[in-house]
Unconditional design. Structure first.
Length: 192
């Protein structure tokens, strides 16, 4: 573990540009994704819980990200995402199960094409997801195994291809990857 940590620190030091640059170093973005890992987890947990067979409505993930550019090609930062699901009982029409997913992941982004109004990149993120499952009293009465739970698990995002477009400070972006931001993700980014 110490060797990996030293390798990460050495890599970060190697890519830091000691010369002052005029370009912006910070960026903040907001996004919405589809086909996320939490969507898949929600489908699985809903199908094996007291809400089995019910109609589920999943939303998210919505989130925010921050990156600091340590060099023109590498940025370090973090991604936070929030998603949820409500399962409705087909007989009563009431929500009997709700799930909340909160994810926090350190991240690294590799810019491999940077133009004035267009860029392409890849990114890797890995961190932790907090999952909260809540059942209402009717679901608990119908299934003695139904209970409120809070789980913590590993989560990731591997963005194979990301593209941003727009001005120097404000840009839109789209990404294709796998993980908690989703198979497809889109958002807005502000550089400062």
């Amino acid at each position: 573990m110490k060797k990996i940590l030293l390798l990460v620190i050495a890599t970060m030091m190697a890519v830091v540009n000691v010369n002052a640059q005029d370009e912006t170093k910070n960026e903040f973005g907001v996004f919405y994704g589809t086909g996320s890992a939490s969507d898949i987890l929600s489908y699985i947990t809903s199908s094996i819980s007291a809400a089995a067979g019910d109609q589920s409505s999943f939303w998210g993930p919505v989130g925010a990200e921050y990156y600091y550019h340590v060099s023109p090609g590498v940025a370090l930062g973090a991604v936070g995402a929030f998603a949820g699901c409500k399962a409705k009982d087909e007989k009563t029409g009431q929500n009997d199960l709700s799930e909340t997913f909160i994810t926090v992941m350190p991240s690294v982004k590799f810019n491999w094409l940077r133009k004035e109004h267009f860029g392409m990149y890849s990114a890797l993120s890995a961190g932790v997801m907090f999952l909260s499952v809540s059942c209402n009293d009717n679901a608990k009465a119908a299934d003695p195994k139904a209970k409120d739970e809070t789980l913590t698990t590993f989560m990731f995002q591997a963005t194979a291809l990301g593209m941003d477009f727009g001005g120097e400070q404000f840009r839109g972006f789209v990404e294709a990857g796998i993980g908690e931001k989703g198979l497809l993700c889109a958002g807005l980014r502000y550089k400062f």
